[in-house]
Design a protein around this ligand. Structure first.
Ligand SMILES: Cc1ncc(COP(=O)(O)O)c(C=O)c1O
Length: 413
């Protein structure tokens, strides 16, 4: 009979795989025998200090802790289109399964052309496609930062900017947001001359707030004067009302220092396929394209992204659902008197839960027991242990969230 401890049950495919206990033991033994330096000692200094960022969406881990499996857990910790991907994207994946036996187009030519067309005023040479927009954050930092050069990063914001800067050998400098978690332009502009890159996220994760247009332009103009690059993450902008008017994609010819980041993870729901893109001057795109990893975006992600872009109806419907549900959730959360929420422009809401008596970690644990995953925001620089973030999902899911909140807060309905 099979010894079950020989196997690991894989949560990705629900199948069992052989455990491999031997590799680690073997390398320890070899090190002892040969008296060699550990691989930790051999690593670059900038890498040794790195730690993985904390993110939402860890349903793979969550299902190990509770009696729910990952399909039953309602994930409010990652902020993805509640309608999921376009049906047309799924059909395109099905039709193109045969192409996995050849290399994908390394430069994503068709997709870059389609992205450029979708914006109108840019060409395909203004577009680079990445393995998730995360790849482009790292590529940008590695391409432009020399060892010791400084990058300005607001706090709180998305954690991968800091890690990418550190990995590239640069030095992140955090600029604390105002009491209301807004960006104060003067603090940025005072420090810009010492920086090489400024990272901004609009709307910002985790605050869900838009940066006012005048503030953005002031910071970009100042950056340009001092030869500083502006990395503007617009990954959640499709969820914002009038997002097209807010975007700075149409400013790339005016500001050669501007790089705008976008993703197929959020509104397009192609999260697991890993695909995102960036828009900038032709010079910037050429430098980045020369430096990027070849075949970085797989062929199924490319065809799914093409089909998603073409499905305008799905995007329109998704924005409408998010708009309605954001208003519903905001209104209902306002009834929970021990919660204090920040105004949300994107498809997620940041909430201060201090008055509830729970820390974010405690509430997350309690909610998970009810099959609901929320984001404990204490890992964000600039936030304390009393902030949570929840995504805007479908009405039924939002009602489940609210019911679980009420139950845990002891509110009778
Ligand atoms: C603000 C922001 N930018 C970028 C990313 C990375 O997205 P992806 O690599 O899935 O495109 C995330 C993911 O959560 C994010 O919140």
């Amino acid at each position: 009979m099979d010894n079950p401890s020989k196997y690991l049950y894989c949560s990705q495919c629900n199948d069992k795989h052989h455990r491999n206990k031997t590799i680690d033991n073997r390398s320890k033994k070899l090190k002892g025998e040969l008296n060699v330096r550990s691989t930790w000692e051999l690593a670059r200094d900038s890498i040794k200090s790195l730690k993985p960022c904390v993110h939402g969406g860890e349903v793979w881990n969550a299902e190990k802790k509770v009696s729910y499996n990952r399909n039953e857990i309602v994930d409010f910790s990652s902020s993805i289109n509640p309608l999921g991907p376009s049906q047309k994207a799924l059909e395109a994946i099905g039709k193109n399964l045969g192409s996995i036996q050849i290399y994908p187009d390394s430069n994503s030519e068709w997709l870059r052309e389609a992205i450029a067309t979708s914006f109108g005023e840019i060409g395909s040479n203004n577009v680079i496609v990445g393995n998730g927009s995360t790849e482009l954050i790292y590529l940008f930092a590695e391409t432009f930062l020399e060892k010791g050069e400084m990058a300005l990063i607001p706090a709180p914001t998305f954690g991968e900017y800091e890690k990418a800067v550190k990995k590239a050998g640069g030095e992140p400098r955090h600029i604390k947001m105002t009491r209301n978690l807004g960006v104060e332009p003067n603090i940025f502009t005072r420090q810009i001359k010492d920086a090489k890159i400024v990272f901004l996220c609009n709307p910002n994760n985790p605050t869900s707030a838009l940066i006012p247009h005048d503030t953005l332009i002031k910071i970009i103009e100042d950056a340009l004067k001092h030869d500083v690059l502006l990395f503007l993450d617009e990954d959640f902008l499709e969820f914002v009302d009038e997002g097209k008017q807010v975007s700075l994609v149409d400013k790339i010819s005016e500001f050669p220092n501007l790089f705008v980041l976008r993703s197929f993870t959020k509104v397009f729901g192609l999260t697991g396929l890993r695909i995102g893109y960036g828009i900038a001057s032709e010079d910037t795109i050429e430098i980045l394209s020369n430096a990027k990893t070849p075949w970085n975006v797989n062929c199924l992600a490319q065809v799914a992204a093409l089909a998603s872009l073409a499905d305008k109806e799905h995007i329109k419907k998704s924005s409408q659902v998010v708009k309605t549900e954001r208003a519903f959730l905001t209104q209902e959360i306002a009834q929970l008197k021990c919660f204090s929420q920040y105004p949300a422009d994107a498809n997620f809401i940041l909430i201060n839960i201090k008055k509830s008596g729970f820390t974010a970690a405690q509430l997350k644990e309690k909610m998970l027991q009810q099959g609901i995953l929320i984001r404990d925001c204490s890992s964000f620089k600039g936030l304390d242990e009393h902030h949570i973030r929840v995504a805007v999902k479908s009405r039924q899911e939002n009602e489940r969230l609210l019911e679980a909140f009420r139950k845990n807060l002891g509110i009778k309905t």
